[in-house]
Design a protein around this ligand. Structure first.
Ligand code: HEC
Length: 103
């Protein structure tokens, strides 16, 4: 038989575990993404994403959904190099995607 105190405890534990899940999924940070962009992406895509060896990245959300942008960075078409997961982890991909979406 579960007492009302135990019931409260269980509910509190469930809420706490949900709260920790939410804090793990932290928002992508375009301010971090700009560092990655300048160090790696700009050489091919231009300092302002205007394009060069790589395609222009300006207004990318008018052509693709956010998850497609992530996918294009994670599984690029050659000659774009695959930078994930060796150079960029999940978080770095999300940050640089958030940044290029501001171009
Ligand atoms: C060595 C050059 C090079 C580097 C470095 C590079 N890219 Fe690319 N990227 C390309 C090329 C070339 C394409 C076009 C591939 C194709 O034919 O679809 C491309 C395509 C893309 C696309 C898809 C654009 C579209 O309209 O389909 C995105 C998004 C992208 N790159 C983002 C990035 C990001 C972000 C970085 C840095 C983490 C990066 N790229 C680094 C060369 C590069």
């Amino acid at each position: 038989m579960i007492t009302s105190k135990q019931h409260l405890l269980i509910r509190t534990l469930i809420l706490l575990s949900l709260a920790s899940l939410i804090s793990v999924a932290k928002a992508a940070d375009p301010a971090k993404g700009i560092v990655t962009f300048n160090n790696i992406c700009a050489a091919c895509h231009g300092a302002k994403g205007e394009g060069g060896i790589g395609l222009p990245l300006k207004n990318i959300l008018s052509r693709f959904q956010h998850n497609e942008v992530i996918e294009k960075i994670k599984n690029p078409k050659p000659p774009m190099p695959a930078l994930y997961p060796s150079f960029l982890n999940e978080e770095a991909v999300a940050d640089v995607a958030a940044f290029i979406e501001t171009l």
